[in-house]
Design a protein around this ligand. Structure first.
Ligand SMILES: Cc1cc2nc3c(=O)[nH]c(=O)nc-3n(C[C@H](O)[C@H](O)[C@H](O)COP(=O)(O)O)c2cc1C
Length: 265
């Protein structure tokens, strides 16, 4: 019998272990935080009529990257929402535009006029003209890649970052899970940062994708259930309650961020 005793996996980490882990984690997030200009490589995924000024500014103020969901807004309404968000935060935030919106070009122009640094083009392969207009106007463009071949095409079209969103994602209709998409795409794309989305609810889940090569993560449902979200209480309970196996009325963003990256809630 060996006299070497097994390590106690439940023992709290030593200070040296903490410092090493922090350094490694910061290294994994570095590309994402540099791209977003944030403390955390975490986007608050745009949710139509939920990702408005209060939630977006709360996410950005907490060190993440809030994203306004333009949805069906008209250009004047979007301009108003951007201005109202800016009044609540001086941190970076982005705007998500749906590519099928009939006024896409005008909406891009509204973002540029307002000095929005990151435009997320969602809901299909974005038109080349919209990507070019956004980039010529000084914004970074983020788009969604539902397959490797499309990721490569979007990079050729000039996008600055990709989101890969699995079927687990709230509000999403794609058929492929994030587990599969990540294995298909992450090993082959290093030209631009890639953020993962879909079913992320714990820091350790995000960490596993960072270790596969992701630059950060995008969360939606969990933020919709935050205290700072205007979503109905019944939606918050229905969507996030089962995560803990008991009804969860609300969470605060601070408790989410305080616990990132290593522990869930
Ligand atoms: C209620 C709701 C509305 C959404 N609306 C949009 C949208 O307008 N544009 C978009 O790109 N994604 C939208 N999404 C997807 C989120 O931005 C995000 O990628 C997704 O929620 C991540 O998965 P998760 O909910 O499992 O964290 C929506 C998600 C939800 C739950």
């Amino acid at each position: 019998m060996s006299d070497v005793s097994a390590p106690d996996l439940n023992a709290p980490p030593t200070e040296a272990e903490r410092i090493r882990a922090r350094k490694r984690f910061d290294g994994l997030c570095q590309r994402g935080t540099a791209f977003l200009g944030t403390d955390y490589a975490i986007l608050g995924g745009a949710m139509s009529w939920v990702s408005e000024r209060h939630l977006v500014s709360a996410i950005s103020n907490a060190g993440g990257f809030g994203v306004i969901a333009c949805g069906a807004m008209q250009p004047e309404r979007l301009a108003e929402e951007i201005a109202a968000t800016r009044a609540l935060t001086d941190r970076p935030f982005g705007v998500n535009l749906i590519t099928m919106h009939p006024q896409l070009n005008e909406l891009v122009e509204v973002c540029l006029q307002a000095g929005v640094g990151h435009i997320v083009l969602a809901g299909g392969i974005p038109p080349g003209a919209a990507i070019k207009a956004a980039k010529d106007g000084g914004a970074k463009v983020v788009a969604f890649a539902p397959a490797l071949v499309l990721a490569k095409r979007l990079i050729k079209m000039g996008v600055d970052a990709l989101v890969i969103e699995g079927a687990e994602a709230g509000g999403h209709v794609g058929p492929v899970s994030l587990t599969v998409l990540a294995q298909e795409i992450l090993p082959h794309i290093d030209q631009v940062p890639v953020f993962v989305a879909g079913g992320l609810g714990r820091g350790d889940a995000l960490l596993s994708y960072l270790e596969q090569g992701a630059s950060g993560g995008q969360l939606g449902t969990r933020f919709a259930a935050a205290a700072e979200s205007i979503a109905h209480e019944k939606f918050k309970t229905a969507s996030c309650g089962p995560m803990r196996g008991m009804p969860l009325r609300r969470c605060s963003l601070m408790s989410v961020f305080r616990l990132f990256p290593y522990v869930g809630w």
